[in-house]
Design a protein around this ligand. Structure first.
Ligand code: 5AD
Ligand code: SF4
Length: 455
């Protein structure tokens, strides 16, 4: 249906953000036009997240509010994509009669095809089964597996882009729904990744973030098409870092058990690899880590943190923490607080444990009350906020290189190599997004730094 307008609402992680970009690209190629106004759209796509119960509730409440819109405009098409779609499938259509299409995470490339089927009058479609070895990983020309090319040039004013290097996860942490919603690990061919990065950089992109649920195990399992196994993540990082003109390289997300010596070395040997790592630890208690099936101890985690800090002094370390996992005692929680004091994370995302359907932990006994989880979360977050502020103050007096994202009305905003948001005031309008400027930091807030531009 060419000339239709579409609106995409994205919940959840970077993986979903990237999937939304791919869906938008596919739709644009097929004559659809993106709108940022929900009420103007003839097609609404909700790209959903099911990692925690709260995220899933948000999806169903948004879907509920769209029911009215569909009543006033029966031609409106409503599509549910992402992890809730993968997990719930037909149940979404059964529960929400106004939903036209449910499309799982491994089928997003078929979106235009499925919409065409709907426009011929087909009733609601559900496509959310999982492949054993997914065929959906983007491939470049000459590919034997799919006809899809993700080698899109940069969008105007986007100087930082994600590139997917793998999909899925084999770890089965006991709280986590991802292995069920995203399937088994599949790595993308290294040459394709390098070529995609090259095309993006040639079209103006300055910063690339390599994306996967578990990037450190890149190349250790299935690799699509002509990739050779094993192919280490560190080797891929070196390959990508050599793309001419690439200024900044990052990656996410890492699993502590798979941080190798070779990878740690990359932080001392690859100059454009940013001094920043997101390393989710989830708990500070060995007993809880075992119950989570995380396969590392706090001692070995701390040893890796020390080595990362020696490899790249000043590296900014962030983490994820689950508070109130089933069976978490006061002592276990204290271990988490002690870990926070020991590492002094630059920042963290922390969540109350939430039961996810089909996961092992959902059937564990010794569940904590919501009140107790909330109490502990508050203690953790209050202390993290103080530490983030103290960490940010360490930058006062330093001059940081900032990749400019916006420059309006004399106020500039961008990011440092450590991934901190930096603001600068009294700036001329001639500095364009995508430029690098040096900013001397003179003030630190909890969430951002304030600097003045160096001459
Ligand atoms: N409950 C709470 N937090 C969770 N996460 C994943 N699953 C759950 C769950 N069942 C958190 C983890 C993960 C982040 C993306 O979400 O901290 O790293
Ligand atoms: Fe989930 Fe664990 Fe895989 Fe991360 S490593 S996606 S937490 S199962």
């Amino acid at each position: 249906m060419p000339d239709s307008t579409f609106f995409i609402k994205t919940f959840g992680c970077q993986m979903n953000i990237r999937d939304s970009e791919i869906m938008a690209q596919k739709l644009s190629e097929n004559g659809y036009i993106e709108t940022s106004v929900l009420n103007d759209a003839e097609l609404i796509i909700i790209n959903t997240c099911s990692v925690r119960g709260k995220a899933e509730q948000k999806v169903f409440s948004m879907l509920g509010s769209l029911r009215k819109q569909k009543l006033t405009n029966p031609a409106l098409k409503i599509c549910v994509a992402g992890c809730v779609a993968q997990q719930e499938g037909q149940k979404i259509i059964d529960r929400m009669g106004h939903v036209d299409l449910v499309i799982g995470t491994q089928h997003i490339y078929k979106l235009p095809e499925l919409l065409a089927q709907l426009s011929t009058g087909r009733t609601a479609i559900n496509l959310s089964d999982t492949y054993e070895i997914p065929q959906y990983i983007p491939k470049i020309q000459g590919s034997q597996t799919t006809d899809f090319e993700p080698l899109e040039p940069a969008r105007p004013f986007q100087f930082s882009r994600f590139v997917t290097i793998m999909q899925g996860c084999n770890n089965f942490c006991t709280y986590c729904v991802v292995p069920y919603t995203r399937g088994r690990e599949v790595s993308r061919n290294a040459e394709d990744i390098v070529q995609e990065v090259d095309i993006l950089v040639q079209s103006g992109v300055k910063e690339i973030t390599l994306l996967g649920q578990n990037v450190n195990s890149y190349g250790s399992t299935n690799t699509v098409a002509n990739g050779s196994l094993p192919y280490s993540f560190a080797r891929l990082l070196r390959d990508v870092s050599r793309v001419e003109g690439l200024k900044r390289l990052r990656f996410t997300t890492s699993h502590p058990k798979d941080i190798s010596d070779e990878l740690i070395d990359c932080f001392s040997t690859i100059p454009n690899l940013c001094p920043q790592i997101h390393l989710p630890v989830q708990s500070g208690s060995d007993r809880i880590l075992k119950r989570m099936n995380r396969k590392y101890s706090i001692a070995s985690y701390l040893e890796k943190i020390d080595r990362l800090q020696s490899a790249r002094p000043g590296i900014a370390i962030t983490t994820d923490m689950i508070i109130g996992f089933p069976g978490e005692t006061n002592r276990d929680f204290q271990d988490t607080m002690d870990l926070l004091e020991r590492v002094r994370y630059h920042g963290s995302f922390s969540f109350k444990y939430s039961d996810r359907p089909g996961t092992a932990a959902a059937s564990y006994a010794e569940k904590l009350s919501e009140t107790e989880k909330g109490r502990r979360l508050q203690i953790f977050q209050n202390r993290q906020d103080q530490i983030s502020l103290e960490r940010n103050r360490e930058y006062i007096g330093q001059t940081l290189s900032v990749l400019v994202e916006t420059n309006m009305d004399g106020r500039l905003m961008g990011r440092s190599a450590t991934n901190h948001i930096v603001h600068a005031a009294g700036v001329t309008g001639t500095i364009q997004p995508g430029a690098f400027v040096d900013a001397e930091i003179f003030h630190a807030g909890q969430h951002s730094l304030l600097g003045r531009l160096s001459e």
